[in-house]
Structure formats: structure tokens, C-alpha cells
Design a protein. Structure first.
Lengths: 407, 94
């Protein structure tokens, strides 16, 4: 059924269709509307989940882990500082191989405080054994919730999954979407069938203690599971297309999508909602006969290294536009992309644009400037450019910066 | 429990183990101070056992409390919580 929904409403609709057993909830802007909408659904009898009003994000994640250990399907949502407070327990969830699905309304991290969106909150969770999906629009945010359950609860995977959508830009925009019902969802998403469960009649200890003789192997198992999830995401998007008719990068294992890249010599790599504007700018370049394209990773972990190599291999210059910076080096996506490309023997120059932090608009003009500068890199070797020159903050309002002698 | 349950332990999905496996890890060896209970002062309220983060204090048949030094890490919370100051922390001789 087609409906006009805000991003938060759409995520709540998707959660309803996936029918979780337990939903611990704690508010944080701009996520709050997701769990608020879900609480209304439960109050109205549309959803029978156990809704637990907890006293912090730490408690929300811990309650989710406890419920998942007991075999329940769970959902919770957060972002920014709230995700940081959940971070400690969620690292345990991946080690304990407990599936969780979290809706993340991406928001910048303090300080200074900002309620607006970027990807610094989820990128900081990169190393925690969580699958990370990123959505470009409201429909994809909704569909990624279903895909996240399907992959996270798979017996070969059993991991936490973050289903990310850009705070405000997607959570609070209304778009026309195809919704699904619980009955339709049953065709795609089987009931959770847990491997180990908390059961007083057959007690187990989960994740309690490992000595140095065992710990490395437990981590290696998580590493294998996250890597295996690439194929499971591929299977899931295929079946999703069969059941619901919507396709997400079928030819790239569901891990990325491409736009006008076939013969492109300049390619932009970007995550999330900014891709909509980038597509628009690419169309303008194509009308002028210039070969510009877009690669949109749909997941950041597992990292789609092979798939990126396949679609970027013939480019002459690449620009990574990302709403993240790993302070002290470059943006996380650019770092990982260059590692994937250059380990594969590529010498394509990659410029790293830090854009859209804390909700700053990424305008058509910014994207055009990125394309123009990246065109200049064609034919160069990365060593001709160098790390400092690769990293570009666009725009950077230098007139606002304090001088070296100012307080 | 006999032998070391970790010896031939295989990794399961999620490092799930039989309960009680960690009993062989005698964390009392970490201790630099140990609690000494004065049973003449003890009023049997059980606060020490409730607050012990390692569940290393157990009630005796006489309604008093004794410390399992195999697992007591010497944190001193019991001594802090005892309302009649029946527990004192004493340096371990090592």
C-alpha cells in the first residue's frame, strides 16, 4: 500500500511489520519520533511488543541484549551521544552473537552540541562487530529495517545491525513509500529461531570470561561472521526483490548501488541522503557529455572491498564525499576505500571531501566543485597528490577560524 | 568441579559455556587486602553479602557471615557497608 510517510513513521511501520517481541526505548532527538510512534502503535493495539521504558540508552541496549539472549526479536533506536552510551553493551552483543536491530537517526557528536545530522556517531562504532546499513531515502530506510532483521538473525550471522538514516534530512522528510504488512513480511522474514537461549531449566553462561588461550578465537569468529554477512545481504536483497519488488544493488550483493558509472572517468563515492543531490548533479554533467558517476555503498560494515574494486576499477579519479572524519587522519570511508583499491593494485587518485558535518547543507555547488577538482586529478598518481592535499573540507569557512595567537 | 574446564573447551557461537565454568578462576589471588570479620560485633544483617560484587560472602549456619578467600578480590565494599564496623581490611602478606 502506498502512503505518504515521514522517515520516522516509515521506520516505525517497518518495525511493526517485523513484529519484535521487546522494544526498550529511550528518547533522543531526532530519533524520538520513531519510538514515540511505536508506543502509539502499541497503545492502539496495532502491535503487541513488550515496550520497556528504560532510564538510559545504556539500559536500553542492555535490556535489548537480555531479551535477545532469551530468544526475543528486539528493536530499539538511538543516535549521537545515545549511541555512545549504547556502545559498551553493543560490543558485548556482537561477542555474544546476539542479534539486535537498531534504528539510527544519524546525528553529530558533541562537543559542541548539535542536534543535526552526520555520520560521526555510527562511524565511531565501526570496530564493534555491527552490520551498518545506510539509506538514501525514506523507502530504503524502511526496507533496510527488514533486511537488517533478516541478516542479523540468520544462524550463520547472529550480530547486531544498525539501520541508519540521516537525522532530520530523512527522519523528518515526508516521502511516498510502499508499506508492508505483518502478513506480507512473514514471507520474507521467518520467525527468530535462536541457537542458545537463557532458560532456567538448561542454564548457560553467555560471554562471561575467556582466557588469552580462547579470546582471540572468539574474536576471529565474530570477524568471520561479519564477513559472511556480505553473502547473506546478497541473498536477502534478492529475496526482498522477489517478495516486495524493490531492488537494492542486486548485481553487487546488495552492498552498493551505482549510478551512471559504466563509462565514467570521474566517480563520486558517498553514503546516505546526499546521494540524491549527487545524482541530480551527475545528470547535469551527463547532459553536457561529461562522464561522471556515483557509487553508493549501502553498507559500511562489512566493507564491500571487492564490490567497490569492481565498480571503480576503470575510473580515472575518485572523490569520496563523507559526513565523517577520523580525527588525526582522514575520513573513515576514504581510508577504507584506498586500502581496498591500492591493495588491489590500483593507482586511481582519491580525493577525500569532508562535507555536511552537523547538518550543513551539501549543495549542488559544493558537488560541482568536487567534480571540477576531481577532474583535475585524472592522470595523476596518488603520490603526486599526497595525504594532506587529498583531504579537503568543503566548504571550510576559514574566516571563522581563530588565529594561532588568539584565545 | 574436577580438572580445568577450559582445557579442551571449543568456541561456540557467542562464547556460550556451561554454568559455573569460571569457578576455576580463583580471582582471590588478585587481592592486596583481605576482610576480617569480627563475629562478636556482627549483628547478622547481611549487608556485606548483599553488597559483595563477587558473591564471595556467604551466610554461615550460625547466622554470621564468612568470606570465601578464593574469590574475594579485597575491594573493601563489605567493610565500608558494615553498619557496626565488624569488618576490617588487613594487608595481605605476600
Amino acid at each position: 500500500m502506498k502512503k505518504m510517510l515521514a522517515g520516522y513513521d516509515a521506520v516505525a511501520e517497518a518495525v511493526k511489520a517485523c513484529d519484535p517481541d521487546v522494544i526498550p526505548a529511550y528518547p533522543i532527538t531526532p530519533q524520538t519520533d520513531i519510538v514515540e510512534r511505536i508506543s502509539e502503535m502499541i497503545a492502539d493495539g496495532e502491535l503487541t511488543s513488550e515496550y520497556v521504558r528504560v532510564d538510559s540508552e545504556f539500559n536500553a541496549a542492555s535490556t535489548a541484549i537480555g531479551a535477545s539472549a532469551a530468544g526475543a526479536r528486539i528493536f530499539t533506536a538511538t543516535c549521537s551521544q545515545g549511541l555512545k552510551l549504547m556502545s559498551e553493551p553493543i560490543f558485548s552483543a556482537s561477542g555474544m552473537r546476539l542479534p539486535l536491530v537498531l534504528g539510527i537517526a544519524n546525528r553529530s557528536l558533541s562537543a559542541p552540541l548539535s542536534i543535526w545530522g552526520d555520520h560521526t556517531d555510527t562511524f565511531a562504532e565501526r570496530d564493534g562487530g555491527m552490520i551498518q546499513f545506510y539509506a538514501e531515502d525514506v523507502q530504503e530506510a524502511m526496507d533496510n529495517i527488514a533486511l537488517a532483521y533478516r541478516v542479523a538473525e540468520d544462524k550463520d550471522i547472529l550480530l547486531p545491525a544498525l539501520s541508519c538514516l540521516d537525522g532530520f534530512i530523512l527522519t523528518h522528510v515526508q516521502e511516498k513509500v510502499d508499506t508492508f504488512t505483518q502478513r506480507e513480511m512473514k514471507e520474507f522474514l521467518p520467525e527468530r529461531d535462536p541457537v542458545h537461549t537463557l532458560d532456567p531449566s538448561n542454564p548457560t553462561t553467555m560471554g562471561a570470561y575467556a582466557r588469552p588461550e580462547h579470546w582471540t578465537e572468539t574474536r576471529y569468529e565474530v570477524q568471520r561472521a561479519v564477513k559472511r554477512s556480505k553473502d547473506k545481504i546478497g541473498e536477502a536483497v534478492e529475496e526482498f526483490a522477489d517478495v516486495f519488488g524493490r531492488e537494492y544493488g542486486l548485481e553487487h550483493n546488495g552492498l552498493l548501488e551505482t549510478y551512471r558509472t559504466e563509462d565514467a572517468d570521474v566517480i563520486i563515492v558517498a553514503l546516505g541522503s546526499v546521494c540524491g543531490t549527487i545524482r541530480y548533479v551527475i545528470d547535469e554533467y551527463r547532459e553536457k557529455g561529461e562522464k561522471v558517476g556515483l557509487v553508493k555503498p549501502r553498507v559500511y560494515r562489512p566493507f564491500p572491498a571487492e564490490e567497490l574494486n569492481k565498480v571503480l576499477g576503470d575510473a580515472e579519479a575518485i572523490a569520496v564525499m563523507e559526513k565523517d572524519v577520523s580525527l588525526g587522519y582522514q575520513g573513515g570511508l576514504a581510508i577504507d576505500l584506498k586500502s581496498a583499491l591500492y591493495s588491489n593494485g590500483s593507482r586511481i587518485p582519491v580525493l577525500n571531501y569532508i562535507v555536511g558535518l552537523a547538518g550543513r547543507d551539501v549543495t549542488k555547488d559544493v558537488i560541482k566543485k568536487v567534480v571540477e577538482e576531481t577532474k583535475e586529478m585524472r592522470g595523476k598518481d596518488p603520490s603526486d597528490i599526497g595525504l594532506e592535499e587529498e583531504e579537503r573540507w568543503e566548504p571550510l569557512r576559514e574566516e571563522l577560524l581563530p588565529g594561532d595567537k588568539d584565545d | 568441579m574436577t580438572g580445568d574446564p577450559y582445557k579442551d573447551m571449543k568456541i561456540t557461537k557467542g562464547a556460550v559455556a556451561k554454568p559455573g565454568t569460571t569457578l576455576v578462576n580463583k580471582t582471590g589471588s588478585w587481592r592486596s587486602e583481605k576482610p576480617i570479620v569480627d563475629n562478636k560485633k556482627c549483628i547478622g544483617c547481611g549487608r556485606c553479602a548483599k553488597f559483595c560484587p563477587d558473591m564471595a560472602i556467604k551466610e554461615t549456619e550460625e547466622g554470621k557471615f564468612e568470606v570465601d578467600l578464593d574469590y574475594c578480590k579485597g575491594c573493601g565494599i563489605c567493610a565500608e557497608e558494615c553498619p557496626v564496623k565488624a569488618i576490617t581490611m588487613e594487608k595481605e602478606d605476600k
